[in-house]
Design a protein around this ligand. Structure first.
Ligand SMILES: Cc1cc2nc3c(=O)[nH]c(=O)nc-3n(C[C@H](O)[C@H](O)[C@H](O)COP(=O)(O)OP(=O)(O)OC[C@H]3O[C@@H](n4cnc5c(N)ncnc54)[C@H](O)[C@@H]3O)c2cc1C
Length: 499
């Protein structure tokens, strides 16, 4: 076989996944039809949980040098913004950064870790046998055929892999389109973000770079125009004047496009040796800036599981937990983007204006605001804990950053322990027996760390030992108050994989 895994599609999700697989020493290639990263950035924001997972792998600092942190996000462009600063995270903000920049960072990392990135190659067909996957593609050297143990379709909304695997894409067609232009504004608005909703439509303006602003609007009179009908500068200018009363000196369009609210999810994310991730698995109106974010989180979820299978240590059923864990997250995502579309793209009557005012007022309440902020930030995601582990509040939750103190007094972030993509067994009780049990296991799938908390952290004060997954979710925690702690730890370790 040529590879362990072939990733089809080198957008952000494919590149992230390739990096994760290469980190685990899996032989992986990405087949991408574009010769270079597209300069047209759809996504402009990376939300808190995605920043955290990038931080686990040491990538956040690189992105921070390029992007600009913003303390808030939005829901349906409501006037009261979502406050990310109250999230228990060192990434309690949204990073404003062009998708093309994010993609470049992820591609470079995948390459550095040893993934083969083959550009200018369009995949034409994908066939699987009980033992392998055969991928036929066309590139500058003509037709080629590659084989692998697994293939992942990260090939976007029109996914060929999804179609070839006969996986239904269930949902609804677009009922409206929005207009978008990345343009020069000679007299930019005084506030960095403009967001307005009235009976004439919905419009947002945000900066994209030093030179460009993004203008996005839904015009009630033009929202039935099909997505492939080209946008003109005049259309953008007329919309701005109608909705805002001025055009801010709009000129020099860099990219103009129309996008719709088709909302669909793949019936399943796996068919035998084929998997789907990112837009190949789900599409929705890009409300709240979530599509790329969830895709990157999926890549992080699938990467270590697929690596475990390839390397032969995955316990029975591990690969199926990819769908079990991510499908409900994306069902909730599709629901929230549908609700947002209803609130800012469907009806522009005084009743909707009143409804928006009402919800906006409710979002002034910290509790209500947090409820939506944690959803958009994806810090509310929680997975089921495995069977036969001690019950603990932390089980299945995301690992928020902790500051740890080593035996010699050094203080460091727990995230630094995840650079190599392994499990971390964290012993906070200075219990050498626990460390011995862990070290005695025949496989070395995890790093064993003895440390203490350098500062108090929610729900961690009574933890004796915890096992944290490679993607930064807590597999289980054992409380110091538990009877028979060492047996619990031993049982918990045995579950993570074949030796
Ligand atoms: C207007 C707009 C704004 C958005 N804003 C945000 C935002 O702020 N935040 C956010 O998180 N998300 C946002 N999104 C969504 C985000 O852009 C997507 O969710 C994201 O690009 C999905 O990444 P992906 O890698 O799954 O797919 P894609 O980015 O679509 O990449 C798929 C890749 O596969 C390649 N490919 C396809 N078929 C083949 C083939 N047969 N052979 C080889 N290669 C192939 C394509 O060339 C492409 O490079 C926005 C979307 C839109 C439309």
């Amino acid at each position: 076989m040529n590879y362990d895994v072939i990733v089809i599609g080198g957008g952000p999700v494919g590149m992230m996944l390739a990096g994760e697989l290469a980190l685990a020493d899996v032989k992986v290639c990405v087949l991408e039809k574009l010769e270079a990263t597209t300069p047209y950035s759809r996504a402009l924001s990376i939300h808190p949980r995605t920043l955290e997972i990038l931080d686990l792998r040491g990538l956040k600092s690189e992105l921070l040098k390029i992007g600009k942190p913003l303390p808030t996000g939005h829901f349906a462009g409501l006037e009261t913004r979502l406050d990310f600063t109250v999230i228990d995270s060192s990434s309690n903000y949204s990073l404003f950064i062009a998708q093309s920049e994010t993609e470049k960072v992820l591609e470079r990392r995948a390459k550095e870790l040893g993934a083969d990135i083959l550009r200018g190659i369009e995949v034409l067909s994908v066939n699987q046998t009980p033992d392998s996957v055969e991928v036929s593609a066309f590139g500058t050297n003509g037709l080629m055929t590659l084989t692998a143990a697994y293939a992942v379709g990260a090939d976007g909304a029109g996914s060929l892999v999804r179609k070839q695997a006969n996986i239904a894409f269930i949902g609804t067609d677009a009922t409206l389109t929005a207009v978008q232009g990345d343009v020069v504004l000679k007299n930019p608005p005084p506030t960095s973000v403009v967001s307005s909703f009235n009976e004439k439509g919905m419009i947002m303006i945000v900066p994209v770079s030093k030179e460009l602003h993004r203008v996005v609007f839904i015009d009630p009179d033009r929202k039935s125009i099909p997505k492939d009908e080209p946008v003109t500068l005049e259309e953008l200018r007329a919309g701005m004047i109608r909705m805002l009363g001025e055009d801010y000196g709009i000129s020099d369009p860099y990219w103009m496009t129309r996008f719709g609210n088709a909302t669909r999810q793949a019936e399943r994310y796996r068919e035998g040796r084929l998997f789907l991730a990112g837009d190949a698995a789900h599409i929705h109106f890009p409300a709240g800036g979530q599509g790329m974010n969830v895709g990157l989180q999926e890549a992080m979820n699938l990467g270590w599981k697929l690596a475990a299978e390839v390397k032969g240590w995955a316990p029975e059923g591990l690969l199926d937990t990819y769908q079990e864990e991510r499908f409900p997250v994306n069902t909730a995502l599709l629901r929230n983007t549908r609700v947002q579309t209803l609130l800012f793209g469907t009806d522009f009557s005084p009743t909707t204006i009143h409804l928006r005012r009402l919800i906006s007022d409710l979002l002034e309440s910290p509790e209500a605001n947090y409820r939506l902020a944690s959803q958009i930030a994806a810090v509310d995601v929680k997975y089921n804990a495995g069977e036969n582990v001690s019950s603990h509040r932390l089980n299945g939750r995301r690992l928020a950053e902790l500051k740890l103190r080593s035996a010699n007094g050094d203080v460091y972030s727990i995230y630094e322990l995840f650079r190599d993509g392994k499990y971390v067994l964290l012993n906070l009780a200075s219990d050498s027996n626990a460390v011995v049990i862990a070290s005695d296991q025949p496989h070395r799938l995890f790093n064993v760390i003895s440390a203490s908390l350098a500062e108090p952290a929610n729900d961690w004060d009574n933890v004796h030992t915890a096992l944290i997954r490679p993607d930064g979710y807590i597999a289980w925690a054992v409380s110091a108050a538990e009877a028979d702690i060492l047996t619990r730890i031993e049982q918990g370790i045995k579950q993570i994989g074949r030796g």
